[in-house]
Design a protein around this ligand. Sequence first.
Ligand code: DHE
Length: 583
Amino acid sequence: MTRTAFRRSSLFASAALVAVVSGTGGFAQTAPEGHGDGPAAAYQPSMTTLGELNVEIPGRKPGDPVVTPSEYQRANTIYFERCAGCHGVLRKGATGKALTTDITRESGFELLRDFITYGSPAGMPNWGTSGELTEEDVDLMARYLLLEPAEPPEFGMPEMRASWQLIVPPEERPTEKMNDIDIDNLFSVTLRDAGQIALIDGASYEIKAVIDTGYAVHISRISASGRYLFVIGRDAVVNMIDLWMESPDTVAQIKVGSEARSVETSKMAGYEDKYAIAGSYWPPQYVIMDGDTLEPLKIKSTRGMIYDEQTYHPEPRVAAIVSSHYRPEFIVNVKETGKILLVDYSDIANLKVTEIEAERFLHDGGFDSTKRYFLTAANARGKVAVIDTKEGELVALLETDGQTPHPGRGANLDHPVYGPVWATSHLGDDTVALIGTDPEGHPDHAWKMVQQLYALGGGSLFVKSHPTSEHLYVDAPLNPDAEVSGSVAVFKVPELDQEEPEYTVLPIVEWAGITEGQPRVVQGEFNKEGTEIWFSVWNAADLTSAIVVVDDKTLEPKHVIKDERLITPTGKFNVYNTRADVY
Ligand code: DHE
């Protein structure tokens, strides 16, 4: 159980960054070096649910290559799992180039085949030479790209209503809490590949329930009262779980699209538990639902103009959604058009949406410590946008000086020099950016990057702290080096005034006692009091995973949760911290 402090150059700093997230398993794997990709380039959405839909070959044209219906289906699955994240569902381009037939036919079969085989320095993976695709599949994909793209179905009100199940209507639910669970200190833990969540007690570490949810479940959010838990799967299935039931369980369920990642609930005073919202990758839209029943009330498409070019984008995905504490508004990140929407839910029949121009490829983000400002990463552009949720406007757009910022919800710290700051780590390198967030107390530093730290290595996804903690925790789950992806770096906040602050390495996988596979340590989450932080040790589905609980004061392991039901744990959401936006 070694814990040592390191400076930047002493450890892992030059690790080559070549991890990719695979389609179906979603587990990080190592790809050969050399084609210029890395965690940042390869951490792209895998539209696995869309890939499973049955599609017909679009109308043939003279000269089209021969592709049988079963080959087309297979090519479509490969495309949605591996290519659509960058090139777009409709092949009109996103972070990657457009692959519409006017372009692909100009290139021709041979060039496409070579491009797929060898990749490009601009970030296209070498699917053929890496062995990810066989020669036959590369040949098939080159032929597939010469055909018109398949257009996945829309998902409007009839489809949503048909999928909606009110399993326990509000009048049949308990009128008081029927269990002895300390709900505020409960953790909802994503069991990614099981399509389930585990509810784990924050004090006893006992698994109180394991509940079936959507496919490759992504995140959990909590209603303002703390009673209802909302969980969304990548297949866009939303589960609403009543934590007051004797044994907490799903009381309503709905499917809101084919691919989705975000769900949130109304938090403004007077609107607690009134509405829920879910955003989809496909179709590109969000839906406002009744907060008691999940009945879909209003669907809004996000298709429209890119904020700066003013050209039409047919599939702008909805990324993170947070709920304002200052106005009755949901704050919705629209990835490809670079717009942040303030969706006013005070009168949804006459819906008002404020459209803020920010930056393209918005992904995730969270609030500053006052919960007034929302900081969110336009990750493929290396920027963070800052929204004043009280005034409803953009206050800053700044570079993070690192490659692909990925904050999760970020971390708020009280810096010894710069006062309140918000932190994000990066997918593409070992840097952590600290941004000043106190325009009144520290006006010279507000909305500027005030300090750059160097942590374990690239492939970081999440940072975490807590108002009572003096530590900043930085993970690196997508780093290809097992020692790095199995550890966490911890900075001491009061020592951030040093020129090159040291960090301590916590060997979390070693503490978990897991020797098989290459488990990745991901997403720290504090308990309610802020005395301990939990890390997922995310192994392959057929291997042992765990959750390691670390004492925040001593930085020693306090407990290891192991259970055969803990399959691929990833995100963890403490009820109190999540509903109150404490991080
Ligand atoms: Fe996530 C948050 C999208 C891959 C674990 N992830 C989010 C959010 C989005 C998103 C838009 C913000 C939701 C919000 O706040 O409303 N994630 C995507 C992807 O598109 C991507 C890159 C690829 C994909 O096909 O899904 C992706 N995410 C992953 C993973 O591989 C992770 C590590 C493991 C997993 O469970 O799949 C993962 N994402 C998470 C977690 C959060 C998250 C744990 C919430 C963090 C938090 O603290 O709020």
